[in-house]
Design a protein. Structure first.
Length: 189
């Protein structure tokens, strides 16, 4: 009789232990997914809520995020990538646009109060929309990132003259984008 009782107790105990482990893994996984979404959305909102320059209107806001988005196809190293972009239309010159966003400074990293994310700027005729399973984002025509600092001389104080050669008197589209990644809790996917 004792043998049967011990066998039932140990099987019941094992089932209970397995059930508890499954519940903990499920809860942690759901919490992890919610945190990634919240952190990604908070990062994107910095750009989406940033005041527009004068004579400028929003065409569209986009956000992309995912495990392989920033790290490329070679793997993410356990980081979650997030990209936020705003496509705009303006009557401002390129120099005015660049000066406006230079005054903005750096944006905050995801999950941090530390600033260090430099905005990317893509002007009409030199940007392409990249389609990805995680969401769409922008790059220049060669597929490279075009940071704000790329438009300035090394001193960072004067806009490169070749950028200014295309000043315009009509509306022009441009994209402002921020890109970063963050380590996510337990990296469970």
């Amino acid at each position: 009789m004792d043998f049967i009782k011990k066998t039932l107790c140990s099987k019941l105990g094992m089932l209970l232990l397995v059930a508890i482990i499954l519940i903990v893994v499920l809860v942690l996984g759901l919490t992890n997914w919610t945190d990634k979404d919240r952190i990604s959305n908070d990062f994107a909102e910095q750009l989406f809520k940033y005041p527009l320059p004068p004579k400028t209107k929003v065409i569209e806001n986009e956000q992309a995020n995912g495990k392989h988005l920033v790290g490329g196809s070679g793997g993410s190293g356990g980081y979650w990538g997030v990209i936020a972009s705003v496509r705009l239309s303006t009557r401002l010159s390129k120099e005015e646009i660049l000066m406006y966003y230079q005054k903005a400074g750096l944006f905050k990293y995801p999950k941090s109060d530390k600033r260090g994310v430099e905005p990317e700027i893509y002007f009409q005729g030199d940007f392409q929309k990249v389609k990805s399973p995680e969401g769409d984002y922008y790059r220049d025509k060669e597929g490279a990132m075009r940071f704000l600092s790329n438009y300035y001389y090394e001193s960072g104080k004067k806009v490169n003259d070749r950028i200014l050669k295309e000043n315009h008197s009509h509306e022009v589209e441009y994209v402002v984008q921020i890109t970063s990644d963050f380590d996510y809790f337990l990296n469970i996917d």
